[in-house]
Write a new protein. Structure first.
Length: 267
């Protein structure tokens, strides 16, 4: 359940806006398709803040999306302390270079792919899975802002081919999404072909971000979370490894052709 100052602000604003609109909890509930008791539980913090509920509340109360925006802030506030520095670096980046040996990078994942990946952790309940999916999709807004960063991703061909019969539809949708994103001039995706058996990137995923001040920071993922790297020497090592990985990958046009070939091979 969401807690913290931003979540409390959402509940207080919801109640204030409802009262200013001269609506009882029952009346408001009918407008947003919830019961009055559910509205009360949300306002009292006895029920989790729900995206659909707040979206409908914004529409009924004509807030211009205020409550939904505050929920996104609350979700960022709720991220682990180790992840917050990277979220800020990612949000303000002018360039993002990302390599992942086993997955589609988060900024390029479809909702269905993200849900399948996050759900693989059987320690997470349904609500936590959906919350993490929503946060991941919200992060993708960085690629749609008016002046987006130049985003370059390198992934392994094997990532696209690792799909059993039940997963093929999901992967076909994901590859189609990659191809659509690659039509944008600021987004490039390159595949390391399967015949490249070993290279330095296989040690693990990493991302490097260049900020507005021209400085670079890196991010390393691991099984327990991740680490933001800001020491010059360490960032320089990651930059060298990026150049090595990028040099093994196919040019974008050839990568697109290979993606289409993978999709065709499944039909």
């Amino acid at each position: 359940m969401e807690s913290g100052p931003t979540a409390e602000l959402i509940r207080a604003q919801l109640r204030r806006l409802r009262l200013n609109a001269d609506l009882s909890q029952e009346e408001f509930g009918r407008l947003v398709h919830y019961s009055g008791s559910q509205v009360s539980a949300v306002e009292l913090g006895q029920r989790p803040l729900d995206r659909l509920f707040l979206k409908r509340a914004d529409e009924v109360l004509k807030t211009g999306g205020l409550l939904a925006s505050l929920l996104r802030m609350a979700e960022r506030d709720g991220q682990p302390s180790w992840f917050r520095p990277w979220l800020e670096a990612e949000r303000t980046a002018r360039q993002l270079w990302c390599y992942h040996p086993t997955l589609i990078p988060g900024l390029l994942q479809t909702e269905n792919y993200a849900r399948a990946v996050i759900r693989a952790d059987d320690m997470l309940g349904h609500d936590e899975v959906e919350k993490r999916v929503a946060v991941r999709l919200d992060r993708q807004a960085v690629l749609c802002r008016p002046q987006p960063p130049k985003f370059v991703a390198v992934i392994e061909e094997a990532v696209l081919r690792r799909a059993d019969e039940g997963f093929r539809g999901l992967m076909a949708e994901q590859i189609g999404h990659l191809l659509e994103r690659m039509e944008h001039p600021h987004i490039s995706v390159h595949l390391v072909p399967a015949e490249v058996s070993t290279h330095v990137g296989l040690a693990g995923p990493f991302t490097i971000a260049r900020g507005e001040d021209g400085g670079w920071v890196g991010h390393l993922e691991n099984q327990l979370g991740g680490t933001t790297i800001d020491k010059d020497e360490a960032v320089a090592i990651l930059s060298d490894r990026w150049e090595s990985v990028h040099s093994e990958a196919l040019p974008q046009r050839q990568s697109m052709l290979l993606m289409k070939e993978v999709m065709t091979s499944w039909s």
